[in-house]
Design a protein around this ligand. Structure first.
Ligand code: TXA
Ligand code: MG
Length: 346
C-alpha cells in the first residue's frame, strides 16, 4: 500500500497528478468522497474494473457506481437522461446522490454487472473532484466503497488499510469523510422515482424536490429491490463483532447488564440522549451518538471500526429514532444485525 496524505480542501496537485497517472496506467486508486472512501478505477478500462471486483471480493453481478464531475459528463454515460434526472442532479450535485438511468452502449457490462442500467454520481469532495478534473472531461471513475465485500464502508484511510490489508493500492488519505454514510441511490428510469438505497442525502430532502419519491423501508423490501439493485445484500455493512439491535433502550441496557454479569465484554450504542444517572452501568461500555442524524451518520461506521478493534463479544444497539431523516442509519443497523444473526444463533 502506498498512502499519500493530502489536504482535504486543497489537495497537493502533484499527489493528484500521480493518482491520475496511476489510474491511467490501469491501477486502482483509493480516494475520499464526502460519503466514504472509494476503490477507484477508470470506468472504461475493463481490466482495471475486473480487478476492483477481485480486490473487493465482490460478485461480478453487483454493479459499480460511475463517478463524474457533473450533469454534462453524466449525460454522456446515459442512453436516456430524463427531466427528473436533470432536476435531481441540478438540486443535489455535486453531492451524495446516485442516479440510476439507462446506460449508454459503450459503458462496459462489467461496470453494470450485466444490467442495462448505470448508476451515476458527481461527488462533492474536493479530492474526488480534483482527481476527476485531472483525468479530463470524458473520463469517469468507478468506485465501490473501499472495503472487503459485505463489511463496513471505510470513512477513514486507516479503515481501508485494515479492510484491504495486503493489497497493492495507491491511497489518497484526506482524513475522515464528512458524511460517513454511503450515497442515496435513486432509480429515475420511470416517472416515479424510487429509492434503491437510503443514504447520506435524506429522504425528506429528496422529497422536497421529488414529492412522488417512493421508499419502501426495511430489508423486507430487498426481494423486489434486489432485482433493480443487485448490490443490495442483506449481509452488507456489518462490523466483524456480532451486533444486535435491541427492541428498546431499556432492553439494550438489560441485556448488556446480564451479559456483563456473566463476564462478557459488551458495548452498547445509543442515539441522542445520554443515560440518566440511575441507568448507568459501570461495566458495559456505552457510546452515545449525536441526536442529529447527519452527525450520527458521520460517526457510525468509525465507531463500529473502533469497536471491532476493541474486540467486544457483542455490540448492542438501541433502535435509532423512528423519524424522517434517520432512514439510512436504520437501514444500516438492520442489515448489520441481520448479518450477525447467524453468528449469534438468533
Ligand atoms: O457513497 C457511495 O455511493 C460510495 C462512494 C465511494 O461513492 N460508493 C458505494 O458503492 O457505496 P458500492 O458499490 O459500495 O454501492 C453501490 C450501490 C449498491 O447498492 C448498488 O446496488 C447500487 O449502488 N448500484 C450500482 N450500480 C447500479 C445499477 N446499474 N443499477 C442499480 N443499482 C446500482
Ligand atoms: Mg459498499
Amino acid at each position: 500500500m502506498r498512502v499519500h496524505a493530502v489536504d482535504a480542501a486543497h489537495p497537493d496537485p502533484r499527489a493528484i497528478a500521480q493518482a491520475a497517472d496511476a489510474l491511467r496506467a490501469g491501477q486502482i486508486v483509493v480516494f475520499p468522497t464526502e460519503t466514504v472512501y472509494g476503490l477507484g478505477a477508470l470506468a472504461l478500462d475493463r481490466d482495471a474494473v475486473k480487478r476492483v471486483f477481485e480486490v473487493k471480493g465482490r460478485p461480478a453481478t453487483h454493479p459499480l457506481i460511475v463517478h463524474v464531475l457533473g450533469e454534462e459528463e453524466a449525460k454522456a454515460y446515459a442512453a436516456e437522461w430524463t427531466p427528473l434526472a436533470s432536476e435531481l442532479a441540478r438540486a443535489f450535485w455535486p453531492g451524495p446522490l446516485t442516479l440510476v438511468v439507462k446506460k449508454a452502449d459503450f459503458v462496459p457490462s462489467e461496470v453494470t454487472g450485466g444490467s442495462d442500467a448505470v448508476a451515476l454520481r458527481a461527488p462533492s469532495h474536493p479530492v474526488a473532484r480534483a482527481l476527476l478534473s485531472a483525468l479530463g472531461r470524458n473520463e469517469a471513475i468507478v468506485a465501490p466503497s473501499a472495503n472487503r465485500y459485505q463489511s463496513l464502508s471505510p470513512t477513514r484511510a486507516e479503515h481501508v488499510v485494515s479492510s484491504l490489508e495486503g493489497q497493492d493500492l495507491f491511497i489518497l488519505d484526506a482524513g475522515p469523510c464528512p458524511s460517513g454514510i454511503e450515497s442515496t441511490v435513486v432509480d429515475v428510469r420511470d416517472t416515479e422515482p424510487r429509492v434503491l438505497r437510503p443514504g447520506a442525502l435524506s429522504i425528506p430532502a429528496l422529497r422536497a424536490v421529488a414529492p412522488s419519491l417512493a421508499y419502501v423501508r426495511g430489508i423486507e423490501a430487498d426481494e423486489s429491490a434486489s432485482r433493480a439493485s443487485p448490490g443490495q445484500d442483506k449481509r452488507h455493512y456489518a462490523p466483524r463483532t456480532p451486533l444486535m439491535c435491541a427492541a428498546s433502550r431499556s432492553a439494550a441496557l438489560d441485556r448488556a447488564r446480564v451479559l456483563t454479569e456473566h463476564g462478557d465484554r459488551v458495548s452498547v450504542v445509543l442515539f441522542g440522549e445520554s443515560l440518566r444517572h440511575d441507568e448507568q452501568d459501570p461495566h458495559a461500555a456505552i457510546h452515545v451518538l449525536p441526536s442529529d442524524p447527519e452527525a450520527a451518520g458521520a460517526a457510525l461506521f468509525a465507531l463500529f471500526y473502533e469497536l471491532d478493534r476493541q474486540k467486544y463479544a457483542l455490540i448492542i444497539v438501541e433502535p435509532p429514532p423512528d423519524a424522517p431523516g434517520w432512514e439510512a442509519i436504520a437501514d444500516r443497523i438492520a442489515r448489520a444485525s441481520v448479518a450477525s444473526a447467524n453468528t449469534l444463533g438468533v
